[in-house]
Design a protein around this ligand. Sequence first.
Ligand code: GAR
Length: 220
Amino acid sequence: MSEFAPKKVAVLISGRGSNMASLIAAAKEEGYPAQIVLVASNNPDAKGLETAAAEGIATCAVDHKAYGKDREAFEKALNEEIVKSGAELVVLAGFMRLLTPWFVKQWEGRMINIHPALLPSFKGLDTHQRAIDAGVRLHGATVHFVTPEMDVGPIIMQGAVPVLDDDTEATLAARVLTVEHEIYPEALALVAAERTCIEGMRVRILGSDDMEEDLIAPVV
Ligand code: GAR
């Protein structure tokens, strides 16, 4: 898939780590252009840390609580671990801490996030219930580059699912999560293979012409 050596990636999580697990699985595939060198969490009890360790991946916890209100001190400690790992890209996979402009600047153009909604709709938390309450017919997930403003950066890939009449927050979240697990490995592959080019708020995909069609996953 790639003419480059696989890009080294640090994945940041706060909890379950199912997106992280989908990235680990993808990275095992022959020719995948990224290699996960570190899984780091702000939460020492994050389940995903165990999953990653069981896969033989280096893990670390930098507990934000130990730094009180000093966000930058927490981020500096976290950043040190990431830099030490040799990571070239940072992937946020359910990392539930707001990042300061300082941290975002360190990884500008090299840090991506997955958000459980079709941005720019439903930034922030409780996206699934808010989508149901708003009566939207389509919901989904977005992979985007991280910029200082939360859930706002240039969009790499989106996947949509229908909202059904009898959906609860849980059923809708499960449907969206399936799509998250599909699009995140694909989006990371594009970034790692240097096939993304940020032009303002738009991301141009370099390489194959027919790829463009895949950037919006079909409604499933
Ligand atoms: C995922 O649904 C992800 O999109 C969301 O947290 C969940 C983490 O699940 N992220 C955000 O809400 C970020 N704003 P996971 O730990 O099983 O990947």
